[in-house]
Design a protein around this ligand. Structure first.
Ligand code: GLA
Length: 398
């Protein structure tokens, strides 16, 4: 039994080693990572984003344990981390497992009667790669815990709500003031499709990822991104300040930066101040417009235009939003000048992690070899590459 490259019999066997035999059945839940194709750092500005769920995923074997304790283990960790359902806040202090504890806490507040459970996690989303391994852990935990709750029949499982609870967990238990994109993509992913998501209304539509002769190649700079680091939260403060200034300049009182057009930005630009805030605002408003152009290029089968817009997006996030860093910029630079590559950009929060590249299928092997070599020469780091297809969202497997 194997799914997404994970051997489920091995996982169950290991589960029994960790937690022993029991009468209860072991159930298997999974949720994917994501790649964002375009629409970066605008989900928290009410913008439209265009992610796709991956087939790389987090998977957990889960079993009720008849106690009021949650026990959390992983195949690459020796210890098992525990907290009591009577004091779920204590889960915040776990050395590992605070994402899961945050989700369980959010489900309890939502009225789910969560029961004691044992978890054994595994997965193949490289940690710190900007491919949302944390959202995948959150959604795996949410779907498993809700499904095994005492009042599941009555409460049901609303995947969009699960995504919101994952985001809440990240805010309250992990100190990252993230947007909704990663959790939404992990919850709602659809095989062979990307998701055009309006983050203000949560309206969304699936767009076929019809790339014809091209394929997506993820290039991992192997420079771990430090999302918890203050820069992410700092950008959020800068755009909040940008919104105040733009509203004041135009005599408006709009809720989101992405409610403003490029023309309105141009009219107010001179009044947005001398500091970086102006650049941040410009990135957000123009990126939101780029998403619309990119999606219509893809829908019209104009892959070259799609790729060119991705490259523009990289330049903007590098020069105006300043969340790339030397490794991502070097990877982008090399890839975008390599044969067969028609578009590239960093994906995710930035400061390390992956770029996403649109590469002609027949050139993919050479692309990986040549870009890998040149990147190592320039940075001294050996990168990793993943051929990527869009997969389904969070679900119970067995
Ligand atoms: C992280 C966050 C997302 C989003 C991206 C940047 O992945 O979790 O909400 O803001 O960064 O687009």
């Amino acid at each position: 039994m194997s799914e997404n490259g994970i051997n489920l019999s091995d996982l169950k066997e290991l589960f029994v080693k960790y937690y022993g035999e029991s009468d209860h059945e072991i159930r298997i839940f999974t949720a994917p990572g994501r790649v964002n194709l375009i629409g970066e750092h605008i989900d928290y500005c009410g913008g439209s984003v265009f992610p796709a769920a991956l087939t790389l995923s987090c998977t957990a074997a889960v079993r009720l344990n008849g106690t009021d304790w949650i026990r959390l283990g992983a195949d690459d960790l020796e210890d098992v981390y525990t907290f009591s359902l009577r004091d779920p806040q204590a889960g915040k202090r776990l050395k590992w497992g605070n994402y899961q504890a945050g989700v369980i806490n959010a489900l309890l507040e939502e009225g789910y009667l969560i029961r004691g459970m044992d978890f054994l996690f595994t997965g193949n989303i490289p940690f710190g790669s900007g491919l949302s391994s944390s959202a995948a852990i959150e959604l795996t935990t949410a779907v498993a815990s809700a499904t095994l709750s005492e009042n599941y029949e009555e409460k049901g499982l609303d995947l969009i709500r699960m995504a919101q609870l994952g985001q809440l967990a990240e805010h309250t238990f992990c100190g990252v003031n993230c947007g909704i994109m990663d959790q939404f993509a992990s919850a709602m992913g659809k095989r062979d499709h990307a998701i055009l998501l309006d983050c203000a209304s949560l309206n969304y539509k699936y767009v076929p990822l019809a790339l014809g002769d091209y394929t997506l190649v993820l290039a991992n700079t192997c420079k771990k991104h430090a999302l918890g680091a203050s820069e992410y939260n700092k950008r959020r403060e800068e755009v909040a300040e940008g919104l105040r200034r733009l509203n004041a300049a135009l005599g408006e009182n709009r809720a989101n930066l992405c409610d403003f057009s490029e023309a309105e930005y141009a009219a107010a630009e001179a009044r947005l101040g001398p500091d970086k805030v102006k650049d941040r605002v410009k990135h957000v408003i123009f990126e939101n417009e780029r998403v619309k152009r990119a999606v219509s290029a893809l829908e019209n089968g104009n892959l070259k235009a799609f790729g060119t817009i991705l490259c523009e997006a990289h330049a903007s996030i590098r020069d105006l939003y300043e969340v790339t860093g030397p490794e991502l910029d070097t990877m982008f630079e090399i890839a975008s000048h390599t044969d067969g590559c028609i578009g590239a950009r960093m994906t995710g929060a930035g400061f390390g992690g992956c770029t996403v590249n649109i590469v002609r299928k027949e050139s993919a092997e050479a692309f990986i070899r040549d870009v890998g070599r040149a990147y190592t020469q320039r940075t001294g780091i050996v990168p990793e590459f993943y051929l990527c297809t869009a997969g389904d969202g969070a679900r119970e497997l067995f």
